[in-house]
Design a protein. Structure first.
Ligand code: PEP
Ligand code: CO
Length: 450
């Protein structure tokens, strides 16, 4: 094996990298980012690794959620607040039901690059480069918008910093919305057959918080420090290695652009550049497990990325689909258990349940929309809990694509969103997300299982 360096991946094949028109312009931007201060600290990253090891043992539960693709336009006060609010509310619901401390990781402050299955997108006979996330190009279908522009990497780094700065300030200042579940937006509950149960849960969360506050005579968030971590897909390797640093009082190299980088399903070749890069950093890492990787290949990958079998280092995020999980997951669990590799098992019930439907747009034309059914998402999760239980392993976390906004991208849920509703507020430029109500309802349903 070659000797690891932050850029040793360059001698290997890197899939999903950007065909930048002017490579020298990219080098200049990368040099600039190398000299900017980091977004997170090695101490935070190390803390998360310890907590993930605890989740793997069933002592904590991980809630990992956010946009499929974050957009620059959403780097604004209301969007960030909504995103943080839904994740914190979901985590309170989960903590309440499970009596476990919940680790919160947002797919935020850097989720600006996406893998794409096709290099080009064709519309009416015109082919243009695919949209690869706001770090690379823009979603509008025009030559200028789709031409990769390295200046966007800098804009993305700055927006990540702005986002994190605001999140840290909100958490420091106490997030008052959290203390009064009676002010949460719960109108949808009336539509659920579980309305009574939900009301009881939310009331008792409120009562619990007020009780704690009266005991301590201060706000809950000061008595129980609200940790929040960030993650994004480790995709653009020039960018990731530019933010990979050594720090004064710790050994090793740390990716200080995020706490938790994850390896996507399209870039996970064991001999590929992404695995080479991730092998050498100290961060805890997530691995997406899709059906195209065999159980033995998964074991080999875990051994490559975690030869010392360090607890907390690897999280396996399976995304197999509601129709396939029962057939496929047991063999992965058996292989990892046999190899005695400590991992945190996480279920991503989103990516195996994506489908396209033809809907009528607001202007009347028929267009194709990607969507996911709430019932399929829930079905995959429920099976995941059962399968792990029957195997004696722990499902220690969930990974959702969601937003705190009132979008219409996934169908189903208590409000009964239908395909005909999709175009009312379909905002995602990539994968469909659970909206505020669907996300909170999902948390209430998952909470019964944790
Ligand atoms: C994602 O999480 O948005 C993603 C692209 O996932 P996967 O690699 O599992 O398809
Ligand atoms: Co996605």
């Amino acid at each position: 094996m070659i000797e690891w360096q932050p850029n040793s991946w360059k001698s290997l094949v890197a899939s999903q990298q950007v065909p930048w028109p002017d490579p020298r312009a990219v080098d200049l931007v990368i040099e600039e980012i190398k000299n900017l201060p980091p977004l997170v600290t090695s101490g935070e990253v190390a803390t998360l690794k310890v907590q993930l090891a605890e989740a793997a043992r069933g002592e904590r539960f991980l809630l990992h959620g956010g946009d499929c693709a974050e957009s620059f336009a959403d780097c604004r006060s209301a969007s960030i607040t909504n995103q943080l609010k839904i994740l914190l509310q979901m985590s309170l619901v989960l903590t309440h039901a499970s009596h476990k401390r919940v680790i919160r990781i947002g797919r935020i402050a850097g989720q600006y690059a996406k893998p794409r299955s096709a290099e080009a997108e064709v519309r009416d006979g015109v082919a243009l480069p695919s949209f690869r996330g706001d770090n690379v190009n823009r979603p509008e279908f025009s030559e200028s918008a789709r031409t990769p522009n390295p200046q966007l990497l800098l804009r993305g780094y700055e927006r990540s910093a702005l986002t994190l700065n605001f999140i840290r300030a909100l958490l420091d200042g106490g997030f008052t919305d959290l203390h009064h579940p009676e002010h949460w937006n719960l109108d949808w509950v009336a539509h659920s057959p579980l309305a009574e149960e939900y009301k009881r849960v939310v009331d008792s969360i409120g009562a619990g918080i007020r009780f704690m506050e009266s005991l301590e005579d201060r706000h809950l968030d000061q008595t129980q420090c609200l940790d929040f971590f960030t993650s994004h897909e480790c995709l653009l390797l020039d960018l990731e290695s530019a933010q990979t640093r050594v720090v004064p009082r710790r050994s090793g190299w740390w990716n200080l652009s995020t706490h938790f980088p994850w390896l996507g399903a399209r870039t996970g070749k064991i001999d590929g550049a992404h695995v080479e890069y991730l092998r050498g950093i100290e961060n805890p890492i997530g691995i997406k497990v899709a059906s195209d990787r065999s159980p033995n290949e998964l074991v080999a990958l875990c051994e490559r990325l975690n030869p010392g079998r360090e607890a907390g280092r690897i999280s396996l995020i399976h995304r197999l689909g509601a129709h396939q999980i029962a057939a496929l997951l047991p063999a992965y669990i058996d292989a990892i258990t046999r190899a005695k590799i400590p991992v945190l098992w996480i279920c991503d019930p989103m990516h195996g349940n994506t489908e396209s439907v033809i809907v009528k747009s607001l202007s009347g034309e028929a267009i194709s929309r990607k969507t996911r059914k709430f019932s399929h998402i829930l079905a995959e999760l429920e099976q995941a809990f059962e399968i792990h239980k029957s195997k004696g392993t722990v499902l220690g976390g969930v990974h959702f694509e969601l937003t705190g906004k009132d979008v219409t991208e996934c169908v189903g849920g208590a409000r009964g969103l239908a395909e005909a509703d999709l175009d009312r507020a379909y905002q995602s430029s990539l994968d469909p997300r659970l909206n505020y109500e669907q996300a909170l309802e999902m948390a209430l349903l998952v909470a019964r299982r944790v």
